[in-house]
Design a protein around this ligand. Sequence first.
Ligand code: FAD
Length: 472
Amino acid sequence: MSEAEARLIEEAGRRLGAKAVITDLKEIDPWVSDWRGRVHGATPAMLAPASTDEVVEIVRLAAEFRVPLVPQGGNTGMAAGATPPADGSAILLSMRRLNRIRSISADNHLAIAEAGVILATLHDAAHDIGMRFPLTLGARGSCTIGGLASTNAGGTQVLKFGTMRSLVAGVEAVLPDGSVHSGLSGLKKDNRGYSLDQLLIGAEGTLGVITAVALRLVPAIAARAVAWAGVDSPAKALELLRFLEVRTGSIEGFELVPQDSLGLVLKHMPGTRAPLAGSHRWHALIEATTADANTDVAAELERLLGAALQQGVTADAVLAASEAQAEAFWKLRDTISEAERAEGQTLAHDISVPVADMPAFIADAAAKVEATFPGVIATGFGHLGDGNIHFHVRAGTHAAPDWYDSEGDRITRMVDDLVTAAGGSISAEHGIGQLKRAEFARLAPPGRIHALRAIKQALDPLGIMNPGKLVP
Ligand code: FAD
């Protein structure tokens, strides 16, 4: 531990009390590696403020002692953005104690949640007042509102509601100089120049610490229908989505699942079973919802899937017969990453290309990667309707234990080159963090990098906010 860190920790303890300063390395240990267990960091302390004022104190101390902070929510991020550097030169700033829902209003369609509120807790609170926060994803039981905003998370309902950017009405944040940006008024119209709120969304903790977020709510769902369809190819899956979309406005989730991923889930996740009897190379998980109690959304989806079946758009389909079965279908999708982790080494690429180009991209990129790196299994799953899939490359069964480290960079470069050539993005929803920083620097247009660096330098000249992340 450096002398500066020791002084910061001592001063933080004096000002904020013992609860806010954790130095027991056993307690810190679960939080210094990323969710996938790929990147391991170290830190002499984890600070855990319980109010915006306490965050201000900590940021001022960090500036005074020139000790960087690494903000962390649920640590479910996929780009190791919340993992401190391995040399122990930064302090972890856990936001999980800042976890009050300050207000929630059905009249305003707005909730103000502190950064450490868990997404599932917000879902429950909105449900209690007859409303809904529509963004959801597999990590909803542990990811936080601050982390979701800081990564501009997407999830499974982006098709209808957009990413965090469209669901955040304003942000409260402590900037690197210790000043507080208060953007929680929830104004629908506010044209006072640059939007600091939007700048902080997706900034991955590099421009300040988000302490609270004003979130847009929508009316609660009166009913939902969830279906599982077997399709021959991603092109057929997209055709099915378009078929449904022109006939109903109720589709809000549409996830592509390859047989390879379903097989891993069935193998590793207890209590799971395949929804369809026959075998299919690809699957689509479809969710239709309505806020209108008089609309029979299940009957509508069943009728449309029947028509799609007749016209050869889908090969087979089944509607969940109960809420429990609907949850079971979603579990098949939400646990793909977990099942992959249980299976072995997987390289994840969260990529996007124009929606209509995605089916051809998946086929082309998978063929090229598998031909160039014999033995690997390349496939894509996820948010097809957003033009965003998780293009994952798994080590074959005979891969060396160090496959990820020895082959990973070469495979990733190939995938990223293919994505860039297709006019896409190497990070659709997971951010850059530290895992994609080098590739971002290699492939991003110089103007983009220049602007990022200029903004970072202007707001954080001392470099105390999450150094080594996002900004090359
Ligand atoms: P963390 O992982 O703790 O942090 C993420 C980044 O935000 C870091 O850079 C961190 O420094 C910064 N940060 C955190 N809190 C703050 C704060 N208060 N102020 C400033 N910076 C902060 N993501 C998707 O977009 N779509 C998906 O469908 C999706 N599915 C997932 C499924 C699973 C099973 C898992 C494990 C993850 C998934 N993710 C998905 C990724 C992840 O859940 C999101 O990125 C989420 O937004 C991270 O929230 P967190 O609280 O865990 O943030």
